[in-house]
Design a protein around this ligand. Structure first.
Ligand SMILES: Nc1ncnc2c1ncn2[C@@H]1O[C@H](COP(=O)(O)OP(=O)(O)OP(=O)(O)O)[C@@H](O)[C@H]1O
Ligand SMILES: [Mg+2]
Length: 267
């Protein structure tokens, strides 16, 4: 009996250590004031471009962050955008709508108690589901439900986003990859636009193409692309002898995929 207890204790400790290591490894991609200038500058450029990408939207802007494939950096980018927007004294809300593999709470090291799923099924009040960190309000995913797509596609989700938009300037919604997202395409209804994350050496060209087709079919407004984990600009600007900060960009925001992506550093 005593051996069993000791074994159980050791296992809990091992699991806790593993989780702590995982959180530490993944949190490093979340921006903070000590980050290098280029990374922060890239996110600032993204912020400016996003602000100008929806000129007709005067009230709260609700942006869905998605990508063609798993692991492209949707969650990382969604969190970093929320943080960089909050730095300009805007009221920002980040919603973890990836009810299949929620990660926002892990990356930000906040508690995932009552969250989106609980609010949608009426188990919790939205006020109790909001947690705050670094000037950003966050609604974590909550308990993982059996029917994530149906919950996201529900009228309750549309109503919730519309109700919340009264209190915020920007709402960023972290979602699963497009293939899963379009199963719940109703979530696109209350959104002002979609930002597609593309990751160098991860996202396949044909997957991006399929994602665009699927989003256009769902009548989503694609406001832009974020190229994550890229050194594309590095080589381009190196050739032209641009100043250092420009060719060390890791994150780049592309206002319009059809435009020439090299027209402006970071745009
Ligand atoms: N620019 C980057 N440089 C290095 N690592 C990164 C970068 N962006 C994301 N990562 C890492 O890649 C992994 C996947 O990132 P993230 O969880 O943001 O992707 P995702 O698209 O949300 O994944 P999923 O499809 O599972 O939801 C994480 O470990 C994250 O820390
Ligand atoms: Mg994710």
């Amino acid at each position: 009996m005593a051996i069993k207890k000791r074994w159980a204790k050791r296992k809990i400790k091992r699991d806790q250590q593993k989780k702590a290591e995982y959180v530490k490894a993944n949190s490093t991609r979340i921006i903070n004031n000590t980050d290098d200038f280029a990374t922060l500058e890239s996110y600032r450029a993204a912020r400016t471009n996003i602000m100008f990408s929806l000129p007709d939207e005067k009230a709260c802007k609700k942006l869905i962050i998605t990508s063609a494939m798993q692991g492209d950096g949707k969650t990382t980018v969604a969190i970093n955008l929320a943080l960089i927007f909050a730095k300009t004294n805007l009221k920002v809300l980040l919603i973890d709508a990836d009810l299949r593999l929620p990660m926002v709470h892990t990356y930000l090291n906040v508690k995932n108690g009552f969250g989106l799923s609980d609010v949608l099924v009426g188990r919790a009040d939205v006020k109790d589901a909001i947690v705050q960190t670094s000037g950003v309000d966050i609604i974590t995913a909550g308990h993982i439900p059996q029917n994530p797509a149906e919950l996201l596609a529900s009228d309750a989700m549309t109503t919730l986003v519309n109700e919340l938009s009264v209190n915020y300037d920007y709402i960023f919604i972290d979602t699963p990859p497009v293939g899963i997202l379009v199963d719940a395409m109703e979530i696109l209804k209350p959104a002002s636009g979609v930002i597609l994350v593309v990751r160098q050496k991860n996202t396949l060209h044909r997957a991006v193409h399929s994602a665009i087709v699927a989003l256009e079919f769902a009548k989503a407004k694609i406001c832009g692309f974020i190229l994550n984990d890229s050194d594309l600009i590095k080589y381009h600007y190196k050739k032209r002898k641009y100043s250092t900060y420009q060719y060390h960009y890791n994150y780049n925001y592309y206002g319009n995929p059809k435009q020439n992506i090299r027209q402006h550093p970071g745009v």
